[in-house]
Ligand binder design. Structure first.
Ligand code: URA
Ligand code: SF4
Length: 211
């Protein structure tokens, strides 16, 4: 079946930076599912390989696909503004995605984001698991339903349990919150502001507890 598994390197030793580097190099040539074909490049996680707090998004967008870095587009701007508001330095954290290639539909000159299919999320999951195995953070924040599903299981309901501390195999504490892209897509300004405040509150909680 489709899986990144055959592309994962053997890791040994306690050099977390070296291990993340080996994962990154191997992921660059991953063909574990069909998404590598149309995309520009693998967008692997960035930041501190010894981070105590890891943020997990869905998949790279148009800008991330071109830059080769997660959260550098509009969603990234909202995320970075919110991190700054709660006093979190992105360089201290590790930021990654559930799926490492951009999935899109070409429409004229724009490439429109398409939600990854369950089989693609499952195929890519070994990379995220390997990142978390190496980093062993104290806290993981799932940004949006895709990351929440990967980290907390398909039964997790974001609207019901957003911001509540969950047990998971990946970290002592895992919480799920709104995805910044989901916030930006909301047309109603009041609803958008309510969601932005919820994201702020959840990242504030993370900032207070991740050490
Ligand atoms: N949305 C994501 O989930 N990840 C990114 O890197 C950018 C946008
Ligand atoms: Fe590999 Fe993930 Fe890219 Fe699919 S999306 S090719 S599993 S890195």
């Amino acid at each position: 079946g489709v899986s990144a598994r055959p592309f994962l390197p053997e890791l040994s030793g306690s050099d977390t930076a070296g291990s993340i580097g080996r994962l990154r190099d191997a992921a660059a040539v991953c063909q574990g599912c069909d998404l590598h074909g149309p995309a520009t490049q693998t967008v692997f996680g960035v930041g501190n390989p010894n981070a105590k707090l890891v943020l997990v998004g869905e998949q790279p967008g148009d800008r991330e696909d071109l830059a080769g870095e997660p959260f550098v587009g509009p969603a990234g701007q909202l995320l970075r503004e919110t991190l700054a508001e709660v006093g979190l330095d992105p360089a201290e954290l590790y930021i990654t995605n559930s799926v490492k290639h951009f999935k899109f539909k070409p429409t004229g000159k724009r490439r429109l984001h398409v939600k990854p299919a369950a089989r693609e999320v499952a195929a890519c999951r070994p990379w995220l698991e390997a990142e978390l195995d190496v980093i062993r953070p104290k806290m993981v924040v799932a940004l949006g339903a895709t990351a929440a599903g990967v980290l907390l299981g398909p039964g997790f309901r974001l609207l019901k349990s957003r911001g509540q501390v969950q047990r998971s195999d990946h970290a002592k504490w895992t919480i799920a919150t709104y995805h910044p892209s989901a916030i930006l897509r909301v047309p109603n300004e009041q609803t958008r502001e309510t969601m932005r405040r919820a994201l702020l509150e959840d990242l504030h909680f993370a900032a207070e507890h991740y050490r």
